[in-house]
Design a protein around this ligand. Structure first.
Ligand code: ARG
Length: 421
């Protein structure tokens, strides 16, 4: 029998796939479960895979790799899809693909399989990432091939004596790892409905959050978080603690109408307290240490990288090139940020940095001022020259009311709005 390595979560979909791949594809199934930091009972998942018919069950602790090679580069890039989604699920997929490929090579399999449907982003991410790492591997997606639905899966599971996990009763479809929790389906499919409290698991409702604000100091070394409140910690622990701390204060809830790569608009709720806090803090160290031009250019790169990550292009050459730019941009991004968490809100309360470009002598309004005021007049005379020239030649004879209207977008000669006095 030929072998296939299945990305296995222990949930309903992927459990059903074990006998399914044997029966319909006549393959010997080896499972791979990646530990990316969500609190799951991994020995039990492994047991379940074997009991359900897998010939081997691998469980890989990939937390450190996830943090170092995915979360931190994404954090440094400021990669947030459509301005709100920190990309927890999207970042995990290329890593799981890598682990699948590695196990396939180890056991001599020439195929890998996943439980994605044909409607989502994850199928793209798995397929594209696996192909980038080993284009000779066959990729099997039975849920996509057979258009399996949940009720059919449950029936199939019962027939095959597969315990249907309690989570199958949950109205939601959930994915989680260190960098966040993604929740979709159920009542959330109605964009008008406010997400009910039971959609959230990591965050307290802001109403129930403590009435006292809490401060946390986050330290960065060249763009990498290294300590909380002065205590040096490893990356996974920093993210974990911020998930708990932010969650307790109701911080990190995201309600997103998002645009999937395959053209569907969908509604997803995210909980990502750690990622949200770290992004806010990290960009604040950048505000202190990067020039205006660096910040502006980097913001464009951030949008580009977020799209690449979302669209499953993690292993692409363009991403490698942009990641090198981001890494280079971090050489002075060292400092401390004090963040205030309070009733669902997050505020940066203070920041300092070793190589800060914030010059108190230039910034101050006191007599300690070192700025050359005369130079400002000369600068403005040059900077304003094009506008003065235009006023002389093109706006000559126009009233200030006219120019007011034009500058609000009213076309010359068109209808004129009355100006209140
Ligand atoms: N929409 C998100 C993404 O494409 C998350 C999908 C995660 N799946 C889930 N069952 N909630 O990255």
């Amino acid at each position: 029998m030929e072998k296939v390595v299945l990305a296995y979560s222990g949930g309903l979909d992927t459990s059903v796939l074990i006998p399914w791949l044997r029966e319909k594809y006549e393959l010997d199934v080896i499972t791979l479960t990646a530990n990316l930091g969500s609190e799951r009972d991994l020995p039990t998942i492994r047991e379940k895979a074997l009991r359900t018919g897998a010939s081997e069950a691998y469980v890989e602790d990939a937390r450190d790799v996830f943090v170092r090679f995915f979360c931190w580069p994404a954090l440094q890039a400021g990669a947030i899809y459509e301005g709100v989604y920190p990309l927890g699920t999207a970042l995990a997929r290329p890593l799981i693909a890598k682990l699948l490929v590695d196990v396939a090579h180890r056991v001599g399999a020439n195929a890998v399989a996943h439980g994605c449907t044909g409607k989502g982003n994850d199928q793209v991410r798995f397929d594209v990432a696996v192909a980038a790492l080993d284009p000779s591997l066959r990729i099997i997606a039975p849920v996509r091939d057979y258009r399996m639905h949940r009720d059919e899966e449950i029936e199939y599971a019962r027939e095959h004596d597969i315990p249907v996990p309690v989570t199958a009763n949950s109205p939601y479809s959930i994915d989680e790892n260190l960098w966040g929790r993604s929740v979709e389906a159920g009542i959330l499919e109605d964009p008008w409905e406010e997400p009910p409290e039971d959609a959230y698991a990591w965050t307290t409702s802001p109403i129930a959050a403590p009435n006292q604000p809490e401060y946390v100091e986050i330290e960065f070394d060249q763009g990498v978080p290294t300590a909380l409140n002065g205590e040096t910690l490893d990356g996974g622990e920093i993210i974990n603690r911020l998930n708990r701390l932010g969650g307790a204060h109701g911080v990190g809830r995201i309600d997103h109408i998002e645009n999937r790569l395959i053209g569907i608009k969908s509604r997803e709720v995210y909980e990502a307290p750690g990622a949200v806090i770290l992004h806010a803090a990290h960009s604040e160290v950048e505000n202190m240490t990067l020039s205006k031009d660096q910040l502006r250019f980097k913001a464009k790169v951030a949008v580009e990288i977020a799209d690449l990550v979302y669209n499953g292009q993690w292993f692409s050459a363009l991403h490698q090139d942009l990641a090198a730019y981001v890494a280079s941009s971090q050489r002075f991004v060292t400092g401390v940020v004090r963040v205030k968490l309070y009733k669902g809100t997050l505020q940066v309360a203070g920041r300092r940095a070793q190589h800060s470009l914030y010059d108190p002598g230039l910034a101050t309004y006191t007599s300690a001022d070192t700025f050359d005021h005369q130079a400002a007049a000369g600068f403005i005379s040059i900077f304003g020259l094009p506008l003065r020239t235009q006023a002389h030649i093109q706006w000559l004879g126009r009233s200030s009311d006219d120019i007011l209207r034009l500058s609000a977008g009213e076309v010359a000669g068109g209808p004129r709005s009355p100006i209140p006095s």
